[in-house]
Design a protein around this ligand. Structure first.
Ligand code: AKB
Length: 329
């Protein structure tokens, strides 16, 4: 019977993944862990929660001994923009943290999910229709840690026959938990500011094209990959997955269909712009489609409609999005 442990469960992906996995496998079967207590009552009270610092191998062993998980979703990580301000922390958490979790997975024979990113590509990678297997020479610390993570997961599969699987996520769009410290976070901010102030100042240039995905598609992608028939997986770790690609200008146009008075202006953040410029315009995700049946459900039109409704509800309940640089995925 499945028993799942999630690291970084309080972050942007983890908070929604925990709820989805509890619905699918049962509340008691999913152990949420983080270095912070969940603020959200549903997340905190719906099943087991443990404090877990991925930098402490003894701590990981103790939690594994208690809960005897057979699957780990390792989401604790530092994102791209905050990584550039704290490279040392990005390396420690993204690489040493993953290494500790891989070692625990090896010892306890767990399957492991690892989230890579479009950040694993760099300036010399083909920008359009970026292939699954291609040049990866990122020049951000985030990208360096993601390439190292992809390779480590491949190594543990080949060397120890560990069931490691992973996705290269694009920017993820959600409203329940704030993103923290990413370059693609502008898309989430734009929805909140459009509803609150009908105005948004974007830190990326108007024509910066990036891949994006609405969170329910991302959650489904993770679960479907982990449940996929292993014999069909050629790539295993680091599948390109995308659902849509757009520029800030295109997203603003889409929002304007619903809020005609919405205006956007631009004050470019040089660090974030340089990161975005080194990432693909759009990826080829045909390997994911062929090997385990990946198919997104939301495009920019349907995602925008749902986001505007959900963000309005969220603001009525909780107030505006407070920008932070928390940094957990
Ligand atoms: C970031 O912007 O750092 C992340 C990512 C694309 O990995 N959202």
């Amino acid at each position: 019977m499945k028993k799942i442990l999630i690291t970084g469960a309080v972050g942007q992906i983890g908070s929604e993944l925990t709820v989805a996995l509890r619905k699918r496998y049962g509340d008691e079967k999913v152990i949420a862990t983080d270095i912070r207590m969940p603020a959200d009552k549903d997340l905190r009270d719906s099943g087991p929660f443990e404090f877990l610092d991925c930098l402490d191998p003894n701590h990981i062993t103790r939690v594994m001994q208690i809960h005897k998980a057979d699957t780990i979703y390792h989401l604790a990580a530092v994102l791209s923009a905050v990584g550039e301000t704290k490279p040392n922390q990005a390396w420690k958490i993204n690489v040493n943290g993953l290494y500790n979790i891989l070692e625990a997975a090896r010892q306890y024979r767990c399957a492991l999910f690892f989230p890579s990113s479009i950040g694993a590509f760099g300036k010399s990678t083909p920008k359009d229709n970026t292939p699954q297997d291609t040049i990866q020479r990122p020049d951000t610390i985030y990208g360096v840690t993601k390439v190292a993570g992809e390779l480590l997961c491949d190594y543990y599969h080949k060397r120890f026959n560990l069931d490691t699987r992973g996705l290269r996520f694009p920017g993820l769009i959600s409203y329940e938990t704030e993103p923290g410290g990413g370059t693609t976070d502008y898309a989430v901010e734009m929805f909140f500011e459009a509803i609150k102030h009908k105005k948004y100042t974007c830190y990326l240039k108007a024509d910066t094209s990036l891949d994006m995905m609405y969170m329910p598609d991302a959650i489904r992608a993770m679960i479907e990959l982990m449940e996929a028939d292993a014999s069909r997986l050629v790539h295993r770790n680091a599948f390109n997955v995308t659902a849509m690609n757009f520029t800030p200008e295109r997203l603003a146009d889409e929002i304007r269909k619903h809020i005609p008075e919405f205006v956007i202006d631009y004050k470019v953040d040089a660090t974030k712009q340089a990161i975005a410029d080194s990432w693909p315009n759009y990826m080829d995700d045909s390997a994911a489609r062929e090997e385990w049946g990946w198919k997104p459900q939301y495009d920019i039109e349907s995602m925008t409609k749902v986001m505007l409704d959900k963000v309005s509800d969220y603001i009525n309940r909780n107030g505006a999005l407070k920008s932070n640089l928390r940094g957990d995925r």
